[in-house]
Design a protein around this ligand. Structure first.
Ligand SMILES: *Cc1c(COP(=O)(O)O)cnc(C)c1O
Length: 476
């Protein structure tokens, strides 16, 4: 009996042609092309048939469900997938939201080379081939004090290349307390193994002394590696070897002292705890032979990895075959060059990440009040019954640098809290699925819009999202 029933339901699903020629489907031909519309409908029908055969309880007649699901999927596929959102989380370097928003000059530089031919690997002065690295190497040297520098796709690539070029088949000594995982996919032991190096962990999780490194050195050792623990913080009895000690030990044994710094701080933001995050220049000065860091964390530029340090070591990496697979494209390189130029000309405050980190409480309070007004204005336009379900107020928040910088610190900021009868989770979903998605925090069942991470114009986008939330049925 069940089988007959299933067959009847399956038979009630409309034929492909009927759906494909329906006006709601034909309306997508312009944007997706008829073939794509057809394959999206086919995908929907396959899924629906699988559901029915799996015994799923349908909430609508199969024919209606097929049309509704197909139309929904067409809407999803017709819209841009990678698109801007409003970051109202208060986490400045938010990896899932694309880390650092670029400075205006960096965006313009990327735009200028994107739709034209460029000097990427060409020198007009020579009239021939040049290296793509040349555009930024001198700027990295200028901003970090390094002798030489090499740019690759991201910091993971920088670490991989640096280790492959210096330690394949050799031992790398690293503290047990620094065998960290960053962002779920970057794991020091795995990168080491991938590079062909032999990992030699020393010390204990919470304590590694310089003597631990010294005792582990053999004829086959080439690198002492120090890793910034980034997203991880230890408290209590913690002992690590200093940069100076490691540099001295490396020099005594003719080894390379390499440091994976993570964040690449070029300029100390005016934050009370900024001195706890080492600047690239200070690490090199303290004796690190090679430092690797990201371009899109505290530096505030595009996704990039920098290898900076002594010339003979960087030259080994420049000659390595792996570089070809890790190289950076022209838009990224142009954006990075422009970002570094903001540093050398003392205009770091034009870099959004730096500006956000340096925002003081009075500026943030002002910003929160502006946002509160914009949201209350939206409430005034809603019908009274619905508006009564919401309250909008300015509150204090805890914000964070994110991206593994200042891992133990949150710092005070301001935000606008929206409380609704429907609850914060429902409201958060409404804001997330607005035309321009707004990603906010939740605290004590209130939706919290942190203003520190808002870019110019975001207040308007948040107000538009709020209007969408208000105009949805059932208050949210
Ligand atoms: C972030 C980070 C990485 C990975 O850098 P990506 O640029 O994301 O590849 C590696 N090491 C450390 C210490 C980090 O903080």
């Amino acid at each position: 009996m069940a089988n007959t029933n299933t067959n009847n339901i399956l038979r009630s699903i409309p034929a492909m042609d009927e759906l494909l020629n329906a006006p709601w489907a034909a309306g997508f031909y312009d944007r997706l092309g008829r073939e794509t519309v057809k394959s999206i409908i086919a995908e929907t029908l396959d899924d629906l048939k699988r559901d029915i055969c799996g015994g799923a309880q349908l909430t609508q007649p199969a024919a209606e469900l097929a049309a509704n699901r197909a139309e929904h999927l067409l809407h999803t596929r017709a819209a841009s997938s990678l698109k801007p959102v409003v970051n109202a989380t208060g986490v400045v370097i938010h990896t899932n939201l694309g880390r650092a928003p670029l400075a205006d000059e960096a965006r313009q530089a990327a735009d200028a080379v994107s739709g034209a031919y460029s000097t990427l690997e060409y020198s007009p002065a020579i009239g021939g081939r040049d290296e793509r690295n040349t555009h930024v190497e001198w700027l990295v040297r200028q901003t970090t004090g390094a002798e030489a520098a090499l740019i690759v796709n991201n910091n993971a690539a920088a670490v991989l290349l640096a280790l492959s070029a210096t330690a394949a088949g050799h031992e790398v000594i690293v503290s047990c307390g620094e065998l960290v995982e960053i962002g779920g996919s970057f794991r020091i032991p795995e990168i080491l193994s991938f590079s062909g190096a032999i990992m030699k962990p020393v010390g204990c999780t919470n304590s590694t002394r310089i003597s631990d490194y010294r005792n582990a050195i053999t004829e086959n050792t080439t690198v002492l590696l120090k890793v910034h623990p980034s997203n991880y913080h230890m408290e209590g009895f913690v002992k690590t070897a200093s940069r100076e000690e490691l540099a001295e030990l490396a020099a005594d044994h003719n080894l390379i002292f390499m440091e994976d710094l993570g964040s690449g701080l070029l300029h100390q933001p005016a934050l009370p705890f900024a001195n706890r995050e080492p600047a690239v220049r200070d690490c090199l000065k303290a004796g690190s032979g090679i430092v690797t860091f990201s371009g899109d964390k505290l530096l505030g530029g595009p996704q990039i990895g920098v290898i900076a340090g002594s010339k003979n070591l960087v030259d080994m990496m420049k000659r390595h075959q792996l570089l070809r697979a890790l190289r950076v494209d022209k838009m990224t390189l142009a954006a990075f060059e422009a970002t570094l130029r903001l540093y050398i000309s003392g205009r770091q405050a034009e870099i959004p990440v730096i500006r956000m980190l340096e925002s003081d409480k009075s500026a943030l309070l002002k910003k929160a009040r502006v946002l509160r007004r914009a949201l209350r204005d939206v409430l005034k336009t809603a019908d009274a019954l619905n508006a009564g379900n919401f309250t909008v107020s300015v509150i204090e928040t805890r914000d964070a640098a994110g991206g593994g910088s200042f891992p133990a610190d949150t710092f005070p900021g301001f935000g606008v809290e929206i409380r609704a009868a429907a609850g914060a989770a429902t409201m958060s979903a409404g804001f997330r699925t607005a035309r321009v998605p707004v990603i906010a925090g939740i605290q004590d069942d209130g939706l919290v819009l942190h203003v520190r991470t808002l870019l110019p114009g975001d207040e308007k986008l948040i107000a538009a999202a709020f209007a969408e939330v208000l105009n949805k049925p059932r208050g949210c």
